[in-house]
Ligand binder design. Structure first.
Ligand code: MN
Length: 699
């Protein structure tokens, strides 16, 4: 066998020397299989092709992968690039290895012409593979690392493309999966080929900082001596922040020299108790920066990273010191979650960022999907607490709406308010790590399009848009169907009899399409009516032909009230001709006051969607019934809302809406719209009698 191949094989076998004999034999057989199958294939560098899978397998062993994953890495290109079949691999190496090779092959096999579609398709495959077995992605990341180590043979523009893809995808994925051991090398190699000029500039910035290496060395020496003097037995590592990370900070406007983690020291000890002893010892040696002690042992990061971090001043420079046990170190470097398949989607090991991307991929267009992935992978996460104390992670910048949708789509759709750390907050509030969040749900008209302005997750935005699309389509069709039904009954005909004529008039092929087009106003009822009249020429033209946008003053308009607004003129819309008990929606216009439409009316929804501020709440009320708006100021004590609610129900008032907030002085504010038959003074009196209520206004 070729000398170079023999060298790679020996390197791989030396890393697996402690494996059980059976696994070593399977590995040996896999190496022989790959050598035979790849045969005379050569890489662009001129080396035998099989050196590549052997080197990838060696990287995979460094990450602590199991025998199946290492064997699959040896075989990862055989199905794609040789005449080997999956059945052959399953027969020789077992179904588990075959599944891993299949996953790696499928991710690689996406080919096509449209670069956008290609990128999205490749991402989808990768995430499906990741969800079914993260070990496939460990192989793909190791594959990419080896390709970058040997990228010189490629043309510069291909190098740049591979580098950019790695920075956007493989680097963040390695980070998400906790594969710190190879992430730094992966990103710096990718940076060097993706943006050669900026890479050199960043290296120069680091090289130009005087005595950086010396500062690192002497701090490390000092720390080693100090720990020994304090009886703490640990390994001390030192590093300068890697070039890609420095570049990102510099691009974000930070001054490189004053970064708190440009210089890093790491202490690895045996026990958690020694971690805290080491922390105390570091703080005795060097002055800590207030507020920069991070205990990721008590609260692990999203990728299950555990360590204690602190930042200290060392002779005019900032150092980040990480303290961890050997076990935490192994997990941080090798990614404990990267080596297990998630059996079900309830598996708590399945990271939430992955779940979000999988949810999103079904709904999104190709371009949006790539954007969503980039966004999710690029962002750091925050962790917040549910009312029951469970931890939920969200991207940085997430707000209460993102949280509500992360809990459940229905919770998002029905969200009417939120409490953070026990206090009511606006729905536009952003969340911070450690916040305890509670979503209030209630009778609402569904998600508001305004929410799109303060959501950070693709999932929440997608769900809001979906809801609006679905509801609008349903309402449009219902409006069209009722308009058509009215038209047909006026002309004493049936859908069966009239359909051929009406569909021909509108140039459509189905009744549903016709209802949609009528509901959205694309087909005017007047045109259909003319067609029907032309057919039944004897039928008299009705006097009150509905026109899509006209309003008709109805005799019973006085029964429509706009809660909280007095003295406004309300008229009934001509397009949908609302009648009790149909739900109403008001559209305010400067010319005509408020026009009452059916809540399902497509015209009303269209005008409100353009400017949501035009919407006015309207109610039908029977004679003798009044609608009142109640404002209360009360002590902010538990049960305050319940007491007021009970009092209102005692008065047999129907609560239409309610909301509450906290005033600057800490008092509670409550607001209600109620429908009731009693007098307002009676209402005032009853509410003032409630303990804790300080003032009441009713109008
Ligand atoms: Mn490969």
């Amino acid at each position: 066998m070729n000398q170079i191949v023999a060298g790679h094989e020996a390197a791989l076998r030396s890393r697996t020397a402690d494996w059980p004999t059976a696994d070593q034999e399977r590995l040996q057989a896999a190496i022989r299989f790959a050598v035979v199958k790849h045969g005379a294939q050569i890489r662009r560098s001129g080396e035998p092709y099989v050196t590549h899978p052997l080197a990838v397998a060696a990287v995979v062993t460094e990450l602590g992968a199991d025998a199946d994953t290492v064997i699959a890495a040896v075989l990862h290109d055989t199905v794609e690039d040789t005449d080997a079949s999956l059945a052959e691999i399953a027969g020789a190496f077992g179904p588990s290895v075959a599944t891993l090779v299949d996953g790696a092959t499928k991710v690689a096999a996406v080919r096509g012409d449209d670069p956008d579609a290609l990128e999205a398709a490749r991402l989808r495959k990768l995430f499906v593979a990741l969800a079914s077995d993260p070990r496939v992605v460990v192989i793909k990341i190791a594959d990419r690392l080896h390709n970058l180590r040997t990228i010189d043979a490629l043309a510069p523009h291909k190098q740049a493309r591979i580098g950019r893809e790695t920075l956007a995808l493989h680097g963040p994925l390695a980070h998400r999966m906790g594969l710190a051991a190879i992430k730094t090398e992966l990103e710096d190699r990718a940076f060097a080929v993706a943006h050669p000029d900026e890479y050199e500039a960043t290296r120069k910035v680091l090289a130009d900082i005087p005595e950086l290496e010396q500062a690192l060395d002497s701090a490390r020496t000092e720390l080693v001596a100090h720990l020994a003097a304090n009886g703490i037995d640990g390994v001390v590592q030192a590093r300068i922040k890697h070039a890609w990370s420095v570049h990102r900070k510099a691009r974000a406007g930070y001054d490189v020299e004053s970064l708190h983690d440009l210089l890093g020291l790491r202490i690895i000890v045996a026990t958690l108790a020694e971690c805290y002893a080491a922390l105390g010892s570091v703080h005795a040696l060097w002055e800590p920066v207030p507020g920069r002690i991070k205990d990721y042992v008590a609260k692990p990061k999203f990728n299950s990273y555990r360590s204690i971090h602190t930042t200290v001043h060392v002779r005019g420079r900032l150092f980040e010191v990480q303290i961890r046990t050997q076990e935490m170190h192994r997990e941080a470097e090798l990614g404990s979650a990267a080596h297990h398949a998630y059996k079900t989607h309830d598996d708590p090991r399945e990271p939430q960022w992955l779940r979000r991307l999988l949810d999103w991929q079904d709904a999104a267009e190709d371009g949006e999907y790539v954007e969503a992935v980039t966004e999710e992978l690029g962002a750091e996460e925050i962790w917040v607490l549910t009312p029951t104390g469970d931890v939920l992670t969200l991207p940085v910048g997430s707000g209460v709406i993102d949280y509500a949708y992360a809990i459940h789509s229905e919770v998002g759709h029905r969200c009417s308010g939120a409490k953070v750390n026990g206090k009511l907050v606006p729905l536009s509030s952003r969340l911070r790590s450690g916040d305890r969040v509670e979503i209030l749900t209630g009778r609402t008209t569904g998600p508001s399009l305004d929410w799109l302005a303060y959501t950070a997750t693709a999932r929440a935005r997608d769900r809001v848009r979906q809801w609006h699309g679905r509801v609008r389509r349903a309402r449009t069709r219902a409006a069209g169907e009722s308009a058509l039904a009215a038209l047909l009954s006026k002309h004493r005909t049936t859908p069966e009899a009239a359909a051929p004529l009406l569909l021909a008039t509108a140039g459509l092929s189905s009744w549903e399409q016709l209802a949609d087009q009528v509901g959205s106003g694309h087909v005017e009822l007047l045109r259909l009516e003319r067609a029907l009249r032309g057919r039944t020429a004897a039928a008299p033209a009705p006097a009150d032909t509905p026109t899509p946008h006209g309003t008709v003053r109805a005799p019973d308009a006085g029964q429509v009230v706009a809660p909280g607004l007095s003295g406004i003129e309300v008229s009934l819309a001509g397009c949908c001709r609302p009648a009790p008990p149909a739900a109403l929606i008001g559209v305010s216009s400067r010319a005509r006051g408020v026009v009452a439409h059916r809540a399902s009316c497509a015209n009303a929804l269209a005008s409100i969607e353009d400017s949501p501020g035009k919407a006015v709440r309207l109610l039908w009320v029977a004679p003798g019934v009044r609608v009142s708006t109640v404002h209360l100021v009360c002590d902010n004590t538990p049960g305050a809302i319940a007491r007021v609610t009970l009092a209102l129900l005692d008065l047999r008032a129907d609560i239409e809406t309610s909301s509450s907030s906290i005033a600057e002085d800490g008092r509670g504010l409550q607001h209600y719209e109620i429908v009731h038959t009693g007098s307002r003074s009676e209402l005032r009196k009853a509410l003032r009698a409630i303990p804790g209520v300080r003032s009441v206004s009713v109008d």
